[in-house]
Design a protein around this ligand. Structure first.
Ligand SMILES: [Zn+2]
Length: 213
């Protein structure tokens, strides 16, 4: 009985604590005003901040990203022309030839990190923020949030945007390149996916769920 009470007290006490990402110092989490930031007293690293309308921002960013999915993956990214011969392909069209060539690792990376992971990040964050917006807390939301927290560490939007810019500049040397709608939508989708990871707050999620369970 005593052990159970101690465990409950410990979990209540630990719930108020937060660890610094840089130096691991354990600090008591105090409520902040909107736009206020809390810094680590030991290394001055930003530990947490109180953002305005965090859930609504995530909902809008994820919904906007989901609207870009079809045009980003199924319309041509760019048209390349050399000696009067033109060629264009969408992201989805470019994956099978890559998987069947010696560049299959790059094809696999493209399929996982440029298609599946960003779509899953947008879908899950949209679904979670939609539920929080309408104050619905089904049990599976916990599993979804845990999956989302694991997934965001696999998101590499900025790497792909940088890769696209480098490829585009290199192609300009040998081809006449025309930007397609697919490329613009793809960059917008990656931007929304990146935005979602900065607007969503796992602390907000767990606190909301704790207050309503
Ligand atoms: Zn620190």
């Amino acid at each position: 009985m005593n052990a159970l009470m101690n465990t409950r007290m410990d979990s209540k006490y630990l719930d108020k604590m937060t660890a610094c990402h840089d130096c691991d110092l354990l600090v008591e989490r105090i409520p902040l005003d909107v736009d206020q930031q809390a810094h680590c007293p030991r290394c001055n690293n930003l530990m947490y901040q109180e953002r305005r309308d965090t859930n609504n921002k995530t909902l809008i960013a994820s919904f906007s990203g989901l609207l870009m999915v079809m045009p980003a993956y199924f319309t041509p990214m760019m048209n390349m022309e050399a000696l009067g011969i033109g060629n264009s392909a969408s992201v989805i069209q470019s994956i099978p030839p890559m998987l069947n060539s010696s560049y299959w690792i790059a094809g696999l990376g493209l399929m996982l990190f440029a298609v599946l992971v960003p779509i899953l990040i947008l879908l899950i964050s949209f679904w979670i923020s939609l539920h929080l917006r309408f104050e619905l807390y089904p049990k599976y939301l916990v599993t979804l949030q845990k999956s989302y927290q694991r997934l965001i560490s696999w998101g590499m939007s900025e790497v792909y945007i940088l890769g696209l810019i480098v490829a585009f500049v290199k192609l300009l040397d040998d081809f006449t390149v025309t930007i397609g709608a697919g490329l613009i939508c793809f960059i917008l989708l990656m931007f929304c996916s990146l935005l979602v990871t900065t607007t969503s707050s796992r602390h907000h999620f767990w606190e909301t769920l704790n207050a309503n369970s």
